[in-house]
Design a protein around this ligand. Structure first.
Ligand code: 5GP
Ligand code: ZN
Length: 107
């Protein structure tokens, strides 16, 4: 998606403070953190939102959700953290490339 800001981050056209990357996903710190630790995990394949997911997305959604606790631990959130997926206009979604917020305070 040429006009998607997160696709541009994936392509390296916009810089980010990277937390993790593999072939399927990218994690980076949120530019406007709402907690001392706040990062986002996104699929590299453009998926608009949780409202548009299909059976094709089962694998990547599973990979992302199982990566959440691993990265959270690495970022100092082993004692617990919050997650969120803002979805659609009424769900407060600003960037229409599916992303999981992970945020919290270091213990
Ligand atoms: P949401 O769509 O879940 O409401 O919010 C999108 C999130 O992406 C926001 O928390 C915002 O701060 C973050 N964000 C938007 N643009 C950028 C960017 O260019 N870089 C980074 N690192 N985060 C961004
Ligand atoms: Zn995108």
């Amino acid at each position: 998606m040429s006009d998607c800001i997160f696709c541009k981050i994936i392509a390296g056209q916009i810089p980010c403070n990277k937390v993790y990357e593999d072939d399927d996903m990218l994690a980076f710190h949120d530019i406007r953190p709402i907690a001392p630790v706040h990062f986002l995990i996104i699929p590299k394949r453009h998926i608009e939102s949780l409202l548009t997911t299909t059976a094709d997305d089962v694998d990547i959604l599973g990979k992302i959700m199982t990566k959440v606790p691993e990265l959270a631990r690495e970022q100092g959130l082993a004692a617990g953290f919050k997650t969120g997926i803002n979805t659609g206009k009424l769900g407060g979604q600003e960037v229409y490339h599916l992303h999981v917020h992970v945020f919290g305070h270091k213990a």
